[in-house]
Ligand binder design. Sequence first.
Ligand SMILES: [Zn+2]
Length: 263
Amino acid sequence: MIELLILQYHKVTDRFEMGGTRVTTSQFRRHVGEVSRWGYRQLELDSLTGGLPKGRYVLFTFDDGFECVYFNAFPVLQKYGYKGLVFPVAGFIGKENEWDASFGIRFRQMDACQLRELAKHGWWIGSHTLTHPDLRKLDDRTLKKELISSKKLLEDIIGAPVISISYPFGLYDHRVLNFVKDAGYRLGFTSRRNLVPNWSRPLEIERQGVYLIDMSLSPKMDRTSPIFIMESLKQITINQFARLSSLAKHDLPILRWISGMRK
Ligand SMILES: [Zn+2]
């Protein structure tokens, strides 16, 4: 049997933030230790489109490309012989997360040197678009620009092809997928949508989100446990909330006004 554990992290930091999308540094160390003890080997990106021998495979992914991942996750994964896949918002390399500054708490994104350093150590760099929009809402021209310019920008930084993308807020539709394919991406990552993920669609790879409430990764790994089903339901519910709040953030004039006040 092939068991895939594809994890979606955002921030690895002990710094407070309003949302629960971070994990603490000690939490992250515990997670990586658990994955290693459970015998998970590194999932190579190439094997997602090709064949895999039986076994357990893990892929640690990090959306948004925050600097804290470079400082707090990179050394831990190195220690255990794992690599990560990081998705920076290409228009904000080395800058703060103005596209997502929830309640004025800012986090810095990795700069070009840090991304190159990760790539040098075997990490994969994927695109998270230029400005982190809901891709479904863009006209054709803007959609193309978000996909193609971000890819090119990152390729220029690391000097290697960028073949993967993570959809902002995990949101996409049929039209977006066609544009993604035309832009030259081979792998697309989203969040958990189904109880049983379908691995046969390389542009719709489902990941298990890891949050502050996830003290242990065991419920995500033990498929024989009833908690595993609960865990899947929990993930799907969290994702639905995240999608709703992301829409609210963009669509409610009052929230737009508040975020404008804070700039
Ligand atoms: Zn994101």
